[in-house]
Write a protein that binds this ligand. Structure first.
Ligand SMILES: O=P(O)(O)OC[C@H]1O[C@H](O[C@H]2O[C@H](CO)[C@@H](O)[C@H](O)[C@H]2O)[C@H](O)[C@@H](O)[C@@H]1O
Length: 240
């Protein structure tokens, strides 16, 4: 089971720092991790460090930075190799883009960067254009990723789809039916992999998607997951 974080486990908040996973959802994740024998991972645009902080004290397998980072069930971490000096130059350019624009801020995530305009929606066209230009200037090793009121630039070479593939190659995920829930454009790469593997993809909220199912919001997903987590193996076989 693969779950996105912002907009899926945590309701969308006014700023990245304000996002929280409800306590009941954290308790639910703990039950789900047990019920699936550990085959539960968070697949997020946040760094692994931030995902751990938001899940604390729970520590799960995680794909961070849209798949650029990955921590497997055995705790081993993989990160796409990135030129740190080039990343610092890109960060400076994105800081320049955000500077002086009220309601716009740059979220530095070490090797991946997000320019948020939730508090300045009228700046969307300008931010998207300027961030796209910055991404082109750093191509081919960086790519553009649009999201909810955000334009991100991330290293090329991994995405949420490759992260799900990486999980599906190892126990306890291997040979299981993948289920992926997510709310944003970045989740579509994971939905495509899940579809190829014959699994179940769930889009949270509005918007075009290749997912086969849809739920309206994070509380609906939590209710659905709660139903799954309280069904024991006997119940599961009764329904087959
Ligand atoms: O893949 P995700 O776990 O969904 O992460 C995607 C991005 O989420 C965060 O930004 C979004 O959520 C914020 C808090 O709700 C919201 O204020 C912002 O407008 C959204 O774009 C996060 O800050 C990014 O780094 C993630 O890539």
């Amino acid at each position: 089971m693969f779950l996105d974080l912002d907009g899926t486990l945590a309701p969308i908040a006014p700023s990245p720092d304000a996002a929280r996973i409800p306590g009941a959802t954290l308790a639910l994740l703990r039950r789900l991790a047990l019920a699936t024998g550990g085959a539960l991972a968070v697949v997020s645009g946040r760094s692994i460090e931030v995902v751990d902080r938001l899940l604390h004290p729970l520590r799960l397998p995680v794909a961070g930075l849209h798949g650029i980072q990955w921590r497997g069930p055995d705790g081993q971490v993989w990160e796409l190799p990135v030129d740190r000096e080039r990343a610092a130059r890109l960060q400076a350019r994105l800081l320049d883009i955000a500077a002086g624009l009220a309601g716009v801020h740059m979220e530095g995530k070490g090797i991946s960067f997000a320019v948020h305009y939730r508090h300045a929606p009228h700046q969307e066209a300008r931010i998207r254009r300027d961030v796209a230009q910055a991404a082109s200037a750093f191509a081919p090793d960086y790519v553009l990723q649009f999201g909810k009121m955000v334009a991100e630039v991330k290293p090329r070479g991994a995405d949420k789809g490759s992260a799900v593939e990486r999980f599906m190659a190892v126990a306890p995920f291997a040979s299981r039916l993948p289920v992926m829930a997510g709310d944003d454009l970045t989740d579509e790469a994971a939905f495509a992999v899940v579809a190829r593997l014959g699994g179940v993809s769930i889009k949270i909220g509005d918007g075009d998607t290749s997912a086969s199912w849809r739920l309206p919001d994070p509380p609906s997903l939590a209710r659905w997951l709660d139903g799954l987590s309280t069904r024991g193996p006997d119940d599961a076989s009764r329904h087959e």
